[in-house]
Design a protein around this ligand. Structure first.
Ligand SMILES: [Zn+2]
Length: 391
């Protein structure tokens, strides 16, 4: 079959997809609150004959939408995201991710009337680790969502067209120190300074950095550090992430990080409590066979895509999917000039012509990749072999 038929379907859907993406730009919703965005995507899928399960995996704004012709074949998943960042809206371009995923799936259904297997769109909330219980894909994977899936993909907007490389595993936590208020000048000897405990904790992190592997990232903020200069702070709160290329080593580093806080609490007389604030993201494994298929599709569309770069230091919950089934997380460019990720510039770029082209290209490249996997058993087998060999 000529893939141009699938791509033509993406073109005819593009106006509707762009309208939803632009609407999301103007109406950003934070993780687990993306009720309207999820509803718009689900409505479009249902209108086009997809069977939808929502809520899904215990999340009100998650969904699983699938379409099949009842012909035996593989189950290929495309992941949608639609959560925004506080203050800067869609500064990570998840409006393009959600709409391109839905567009790719519908285009296949419309263009290929008798494709074998199933095409599944997972609506995955709260990718950004800024809300409690973040990491919709972790919850989907943990709920067994990947059990009947053969391969999974998504595309993330970026500055360049580039295949995905590995990413860091990530642990997110909040550290709360409690002490005793006192007059900061009149009777400081009666006080226990929770802010000092937080500062000592950061000094501990800085000493720790020399003694962890270079892939490790330890970073955070002091979210609360007292209320007035003349009151000894009795409460201080650190919000932070620890990241590492290796999920097991990550746990070791998290323990060392906690010890920095325990030591600081002992030194200052404060108490410390730890709270895990997001689901833990694993390290991303991009399947090289799938990467090659995606690259071929991008090239068939007349575009160039760079090979995977060196390891990314950031993290994504797609990583947890990539430990379950062969997966990819490539990048496509949404701007001709450099935009910084997690900025209002990036959000603004999503509603430009180039941003809209990124959406359409992502939908076409994923539709082509999914079509290849649905119809070419040998390709899917190669991807699975690579996955099973753990390379
Ligand atoms: Zn993102």
């Amino acid at each position: 079959m000529d893939k141009k038929l699938i791509w033509r379907q993406v073109d005819s859907l593009s106006e509707e997809l762009i309208a939803i993406s632009d609407w999301m730009y103007h109406n950003p919703e934070l993780g687990h609150q993306e009720h309207q965005a999820a509803e718009k995507l689900v409505n479009l899928l249902q209108f086009n004959g997809f069977k939808v399960e929502k809520p899904y995996a215990g999340m009100a704004t998650a969904f699983r939408a699938e379409y099949s012709n009842g012909i035996e074949g593989p189950n290929i998943a495309i992941f949608a995201e639609y959560d925004a960042l506080p203050g800067i809206g869609h500064g990570c371009g998840h409006n393009l991710i959600g709409t391109s995923a839905v567009g790719a799936a519908i285009a296949i259904k419309k263009a290929v009337p008798s494709f074998p297997g199933k095409i599944i769109v997972f609506g995955s909330p709260a990718e950004e680790g800024v809300v409690d219980n973040a990491g919709g894909k972790v919850l989907i994977a943990d709920a067994g969502g990947m059990k009947d899936i053969d391969a999974a993909m998504m595309v993330h907007p970026s500055n360049v067209n580039r295949l995905g490389s590995s990413s860091n595993a990530r642990y997110a936590m909040e550290l709360t120190f409690t002490g005793q208020t006192a007059h900061a000048a009149g009777a400081p000897q009666d006080g226990i300074n929770a802010l000092d405990a937080a500062i000592q904790t950061f000094n501990g992190f800085n000493a720790l950095r020399q003694h962890v592997t270079p892939d490790v990232r330890i970073h955070g903020i002091i979210a609360e550090g007292g209320v007035a200069p003349n009151i000894v702070p009795d409460r201080a709160v650190i919000r932070m992430y620890v990241r590492s290329a290796d999920s097991e080593y990550l746990n070791e580093v998290v323990e060392k990080v906690k010890n920095c806080a325990r030591g600081a609490a002992l030194a200052t007389g404060a108490q410390v409590k730890f709270r895990k604030t997001a689901n833990t993201y694993k390290n991303m494994i991009n399947n090289q066979v799938l990467n090659e298929i995606f690259k071929n599709n991008v090239e068939s569309l007349g575009k160039v895509i760079e090979p995977a770069g060196k390891r990314g230091a950031g993290s994504t919950d797609m990583a947890n999917i990539s430990h379950e089934v062969p997966s990819i997380h490539p990048y496509l460019s949404l701007s001709d000039t450099k935009v910084i990720g997690h900025s209002t510039d990036m959000a603004d770029a999503t509603i430009t012509d180039k941003g809209h082209h990124c959406l359409v290209l992502a939908a076409k490249a994923m539709a082509g990749t999914a079509y290849d996997l649905l119809t070419d058993k040998a390709l899917l087998e190669q991807a699975k072999q690579e996955f099973n060999s753990g390379s």
